[in-house]
Design a protein around this ligand. Structure first.
Ligand SMILES: CC(C)(COP(=O)(O)OP(=O)(O)OC[C@H]1O[C@@H](n2cnc3c(N)ncnc32)[C@H](O)[C@@H]1OP(=O)(O)O)[C@@H](O)C(=O)NCCC(=O)NCCS
Length: 164
């Protein structure tokens, strides 16, 4: 079976391709600050509305991951990109997040961004922190107890940054 991964941009009407992954990740309450019971409409607006671009990764016809890409700030801060990534639990540890991040950096470069910043990397998310470091991101800030982890309670959040 061909398990190569194809990554492509989607628009709002195709958000249903991403929603099962989004819902699964957010419901766990351990990596994103979105409300664990967020609705489809809210998630769709956050990831496909207001200048946010959404991408889906598919393998053998199934959605296996997704990411969003946007300017980190409006106006005079809009030269720095922001992104967020999710991989289906059943598709993890196959290098999909690495491919998503590399794809997002290429997209950000071609859109003219000069750097990328992650504002909210949960410090206990060791796989993510390790991967982002391997992909060139530095930890530039630590916010004490900024995330209420579903199992661990209040934990620190990291700000990570790299030039593009
Ligand atoms: C974090 C997440 C995106 C990683 O996705 P993934 O597709 O499994 O990641 P990859 O397969 O690309 O692997 C990442 C790296 O961590 C390593 N890794 C993967 N799973 C691991 C585990 N359970 N323990 C230790 N290391 C692990 C891999 O070996 C890989 O390293 P390498 O590139 O040097 O080989 C995924 O777990 C996820 O969606 N989590 C929930 C949402 C989330 O945390 N998003 C990021 C928010 S900042």
């Amino acid at each position: 079976m061909d398990d190569s991964v194809v990554i492509r941009e989607i628009q709002a009407p195709e958000f249903d391709l991403v929603w099962p992954i989004f819902r699964e990740v957010v419901a766990a309450g351990d990596t994103y600050s979105y409300a664990p019971d967020i609705s489809f409409d809210q998630a769709q607006q956050l990831w496909t509305g207001g200048g946010t671009r959404c991408f889906v990764a598919t393998s053998a016809g199934y959605s296996v991951g997704c990411y969003m890409l946007r300017a980190n700030q409006p106006g005079l801060g809009n030269h720095i990109a922001n992104a967020g990534y999710m991989v289906a639990a059943s598709a993890r540890d196959r290098g999909i997040a690495r491919q998503l991040c590399e794809h997002s950096m290429a997209q950000a470069r071609s859109a003219g961004f000069s750097a990328m910043q992650f504002n909210f990397v949960v410090s206990t998310n060791e796989v993510a922190v390790g991967l982002w470091r391997k992909l060139g991101f530095d930890i530039v800030g630590r916010i004490p107890s900024a995330f209420r982890h579903a199992r661990l309670g209040p934990v620190d959040v990291l700000v990570m940054y790299r030039r593009l």
